[in-house]
Design a protein around this ligand. Sequence first.
Ligand SMILES: [Zn+2]
Length: 170
Amino acid sequence: MAKPVTPRFCASCGGALLATKGLNAGGAPFVCSSCGLPVYEDPKVAAAVVVRTEEGILLLRRAQRDRAYGKWILPGGHVDRGEVVLEAARREVLEETGLRVEMTGLLDVYSYTNYPWVLVVYTATANGGRLRPSPEALEIKAFNQEEVPWDELGYESTAHALRDYIARLS
Ligand SMILES: [Zn+2]
């Protein structure tokens, strides 16, 4: 995995950034030594969806070559700046699976200590489109709740969301 880097230069003026060591009143971890711009390292927001089809819960095997490569994940992805989170979730499902969905609710929001992502997970039922392979998935498959591949899930959050979803069904 790549080494974490800290920002070094101001995006506004190109000046060198200084670590504030908590002295900055606004709480920013860095400040520009030239123009004084505070620089924050905000979390990234992602949206994912537990999609129920007639065959079961839709999971896809991740095709992107990172630590979750080949593991099963929920359809989802990052939310663009200015995009409505629910719409991002709907868009990602369509892009990754070809299915249109009817959103049925918010499952939960998942975040972890020292983890840069905040994941918003919705529930939905498939209501149109056609399941088709996408470059983002090695395979797409529906699992009934007894078949979920718990040992082959891509992320901790995938397991937590599926566990919460299944708990609601009973
Ligand atoms: Zn600056």
